[in-house]
Design a protein. Structure first.
Length: 539
């Protein structure tokens, strides 16, 4: 047999922290053959992303404390301790990487055209015109044809799913031999998720490209991976062909992962509860084009005339593809974006409220943002992040009482209160999402907008978070606006459902009715893509 494309032997990575040395990866060994897809699965903090970053040599290699030398060979070439000048010729050219959080991986000061084109100009010495043509081809490949007219757009002007697809286009720009995909579909809606995975499969077949996939979505692993490595606490506890792992897992941890995913429908809610928030003819339009004199001549109708109401103790789910207006609708209800229409909260018309008028209501109206890393200040400890709202809205409590509430909030989201003095970069993506949820819940609000609250979480933690949100809702009579592309989670949480497309409502009604019998073709497409992803290998 020929040598594998990527061969990792006895990889160990340590981090030095205030509490001493942390063993992030411990003697990990596996290989990836040409054209093969290997999946690394495990809970947040298990060492998956650290292992992947080690391949790119984007992390230090403190090897002295380990009796066996770590080795990472790619195409027979040893990568450990390679000079950065050599690694720069490999990164982005022979090995591409899709990072987990596109908002922080993309440069906020550079346009989309410049960021994708930079990879082509650096490795293939393309001219500006050649690079521009290739950028347009790549945008077509990742189902972003509309972006060819917005090449001058910046990352903050795109939706979460659009940013993720731009990252994928950058990673595929030079047709790499190995693609490392760290949660490549986390921010994507289900229809685009299926399209992207099929695209990656096609590229594998056409180019013989291998893929190292890191994901918490086991349905993707089952359909698209050839081999699975299950990681826990920095170690591989089990690895085998995908079919064998899913048919008869040997390790108890593997069995737990396979059995842990949100199931069922939302628990019944009292239909006689009062309406906490309702919106009538909500519209949010953004300027798209202006005349020479600065007059707006065209608008992007992000939210275009939507009516809704949410009762106390109820959850309204919002689903739809990226750019359909889901998050914009949530921001409009919280008065974080200006729009038109009437919004009533807790019997009070807040349609025209400004910042000062809204401030007293902020404790009762909270949000969990989609991208936890950009939503958490890197200069503040977790204790300060969660306690910040308490300083504003509960000025009368002592520092000790505030610290006790912070600890209780962390315990509610299954995080160790002893970690509250650490900073966001010291946590995994899933742990950061739980910190964001704790920050919202510590104020005991009445209404919470949950914008993809489980997108960065592995399946076992998704189940825990769903159970937590249900418990908090029951204990505190909370109303949720639940935005998600994961229809399994939405089905487990939502009492009512709105399906959105291009800023409009396609279908609206009780969640159980829509899930059991969708009326529109668009809703049927979403359901099929979410619950029946096509298999990777031909029979």
């Amino acid at each position: 047999m020929s040598a594998p494309l990527l061969n990792i032997q006895n990889l160990s990575v340590d981090f030095k922290g205030q509490d001493g040395v942390f063993h992030a990866v411990k003697n990990v060994s596996f290989s990836v053959e040409k054209g093969q897809t290997v999946a690394l699965v495990g809970e947040s903090g298990s060492g998956k992303s650290v292992t992947a970053l080690s391949v790119m040599q984007l992390l230090p290699y403190p090897l002295a404390s380990h009796p066996q030398r770590s080795s990472i060979t790619f195409n027979g070439q040893e990568l450990v301790s390679k000079k950065d000048t050599i690694m720069r010729t490999i990164r982005g050219s022979q090995i591409g990487m899709i990072f987990q959080e596109p908002m922080t991986a993309l440069n906020p000061l550079h346009t989309i055209d410049k960021q994708i084109g930079e990879v082509l100009r650096t490795h293939q010495r393309m001219s500006e015109e050649q690079a521009r043509m290739r950028v347009c081809e790549l945008l077509d490949l990742v189902q972003l044809p509309m972006m060819k007219d917005r090449l001058g757009a910046y990352p903050h002007e795109l939706s979460g799913g659009q940013r993720q697809r731009v990252m994928i286009a950058m990673a595929l720009a030079n047709n790499p031999e190995l693609l490392i995909a760290d949660e490549p579909t986390t921010a994507l809606d289900v229809t685009v998720q299926a399209e992207i995975l099929e695209l990656l499969q096609k590229l594998q077949n056409d180019l013989g490209m291998a893929m190292l996939m890191i994901t918490h979505d086991l349905s993707i692993v089952e359909k698209f991976a050839d081999h699975v490595c299950v990681m826990k606490n920095g170690e591989i506890v089990e690895q085998d062909d995908t079919a064998k792992i899913f048919a008869s897992p040997k390790h108890d941890y593997s069995k737990m992962l396979l059995n842990a995913q949100p199931r069922g429908s939302a628990p019944p809610a009292d239909k006689n509860k009062p309406v906490l928030i309702d919106g009538i003819d909500i519209k949010v339009h953004f300027p798209k084009a202006k005349s020479f004199w600065g007059k707006v001549t065209d608008w992007v109708k992000a939210v275009d005339g939507i009516d809704l109401n949410i009762q106390s103790g109820h959850t309204l789910g919002i689903v739809g593809e990226s750019g359909s207006g889901k998050s914009t609708l949530g921001y409009a209800l919280l008065r974080l974006l200006n729009g038109k229409g009437h919004i009533n909260f807790n019997g009070q018309d807040i349609s025209t409220f400004g910042k000062k008028q809204m401030l007293p209501l902020r404790a009762d109206m909270q949000i969990v943002f989609q991208d936890p890393f950009s939503a958490l200040s890197p200069r503040m400890s977790v204790a300060d992040i969660i306690g910040e709202g308490l300083k504003v809205h509960r000025k009368h409590i002592s520092a000790q009482e505030r610290d006790d509430l912070v600890c209780a909030a962390l315990e509610d989201v299954s995080l160790d209160p002893a970690t509250r003095h650490r900073y966001p970069h010291e946590f995994s993506g899933g742990q950061r999402q739980r910190i964001a949820i704790a920050r919202a819940m510590v104020l005991e609000p009445k209404f919470v907008v949950l914008d993809e609250p489980t997108s960065a979480l592995d399946v076992s933690v998704q189940t825990q978070i769903v159970d937590l949100l249900r418990d908090l809702q029951e204990r505190h009579n909370l109303a949720y606006l639940f935005i998600s592309h994961d229809l399994r989670v939405v089905r487990a949480m939502a009492h009512e459902l709105i399906v959105m497309k291009d800023g409009k409502v396609i279908e609206q009604g009780p969640a159980t009715d829509i899930f059991s019998g969708p009326q529109s073709e668009y809703t049927k497409t979403l359901m099929e893509a979410a619950l029946n992803l096509k298999t990777r290998k031909a029979a």
